[in-house]
Design a binder for this molecule. Structure first.
Ligand SMILES: Nc1c(NC[C@H](O)[C@H](O)[C@H](O)CO)[nH]c(=O)[nH]c1=O
Ligand SMILES: CC(=O)[C@@H](O)COP(=O)(O)O
Length: 154
């Protein structure tokens, strides 16, 4: 039986982190978690990490697409926080962000990990950005590290 699975070591591999500024009070922690995971688990050098800021989660796919098209990174990590308000706007922002990022990954054959939290409340967002429910930014970075390894083996 042949089994392909990846570890987290990615020294020399290049990563882009696309970050949406909206809800920066939690996004800052998600970004910190992602960078920490790349450095501590992936042994990725700081010079091999590029951070690109966009206004909101709705703009993440466009930035990810442009980065992917350049073909200079091995994986992209998308970081953001979409927190439900009082109108259907949440559904559109979160939905288009998710669909767009998935399309970039499939269209350009590059891992695009989803570190965009989509929550019903600020409390839920805080819980998932480095407190009792972990750090979704760090989890997304670990996913990117593993996928870089898996893609190299397929
Ligand atoms: N409400 C949230 C937004 N809204 C802004 C959009 O993402 C976009 O920047 C705007 O519609 C202009 O095109 N963005 C988030 O990331 N999180 C939110 O909760
Ligand atoms: C996710 C959103 O767009 C949301 O924060 C906007 O809030 P509202 O639906 O009250 O306008």
């Amino acid at each position: 039986m042949n089994v392909i699975e990846g570890n987290f070591r990615a020294t020399g591999k290049k990563f882009a982190i696309v970050v949406s500024r909206f809800n920066h009070f939690v996004v800052d922690s998600l970004l910190e978690g992602a960078v920490d995971a790349l450095e501590r688990h992936g042994e990725v050098n700081q010079d091999d990490i590029t951070i690109v800021y966009v206004p909101g989660a709705y703009e993440l796919p466009l930035a990810a697409k442009k980065i992917a098209k350049r073909g200079e990174v091995d994986a992209i990590i998308a970081i953001g926080a979409v927190i439900r308000g009082g109108t259907p706007h949440f559904e559109f922002v979160a939905g288009e962000c998710n669909k767009g990022l998935a399309s970039v990954s499939l269209d350009y054959d590059i891992p695009v990990s989803f570190g965009v939290i989509t929550t019903d409340s600020i409390e839920q967002a805080i819980e998932r950005s480095g407190t009792k429910a972990g750090n979704k930014g760090g989890e997304a970075a670990l996913g990117a590290l593993e996928m870089v390894n898996v893609m190299a083996q397929i």
